[in-house]
Design a protein around this ligand. Sequence first.
Ligand code: FBP
Length: 348
Amino acid sequence: MLNTPSLTTIEKFILEQESKFPEATGELSNLLYDIALAAKIIAAAIRRAGLVDILGGLGARNVQGEEQQKLDVFANETIKNCLKHTGRVCAMASEEDEDIIPIPPEYPAGKYAVLYDPLDGSSNIDVNAAVGTIFSVYRRVSMEGRGTVADVLQPGCKQVAAGYAMYGSSTMLVYTTGQGVHGFTLDPTIGEFLLSHPRIVTPRVGIYYSVNESNFGRWSKGIQTAVRGLKGERPDRLKPKNSRYAGSLVADFHRNLIAGGIFLYPADTKNPQGKLRLLYEASPMAFLAEQAGGSATDGVNRILDIVPRSLHQRTPLVIGSREDVGFVADTLREVAERQSGPIPTPAL
Ligand code: FBP
């Protein structure tokens, strides 16, 4: 008699989570399935990328001024097509689209707004390195009908769900709805996301630091001092960390989430506001980091408290193991105080 393994599919897990909330309508659960479906479709395209005409640029530039990759556009359209008709979404916003993405009039508008970075780490696509999709979900604030900009311009602390799919050595989906962080691995033999990393907790002190050090000369004195500290120049505060940088936020964040570590994309003279986008990258990752016991700041302020002013605003990002993020914040304050006198300490 063949024993069927006890499989916890993402559907089973989400239903178990939902059953803890008698008032739940199941709409958020279904929305998470829609996103999981989109991730499967994108994963299938990425797995065959070298065999079909989906690598390389399109020659067009997106709203960020970056050359759009064919996979960027494929992923962007795939997510829209998986969400727009469901009646669960009132509006969307994508890193690849200038304005909010309205739900077509032929479909009902729902109670959630979804923001996403369809393909994070685009520079890794053509070299077969890990890339990802990042998503963030808010309850709408506009009353009814088609969603508005107000539904997507909300501070990260208002998120009801966030997560990412990572297309690496395996395809994973990691998400939170405020009940901890859970990871699922796609079993390609059955096409199902199965629970592989329940209740992820990130170590308080990490072993890795992840930053693009080629920008060192363009950093502030504070960031230079902090990164030197992470490398070992402050044995009184920290053990030296090993350097790892994949050039894809999802891949760097995931490593540090599991093994412990800190990722930084600071502001610099080329990117005075930082490079990463608050709504599509920093806020969803900050929700995950905090739910796993880590933290996320712009160096000073808690990312989840930042009230967005525009759809594509950028922010410096320091995220990961709580004590390491705290060390960077302390160092930035100490250097600033040396340069200009005492500064009040914000709550992290
Ligand atoms: P996109 O690919 O979505 O534009 O994301 C930006 C990103 O690729 C992050 O994933 C990554 O952390 C960072 O930029 C790498 O930037 P750099 O090449 O400047 O180090």
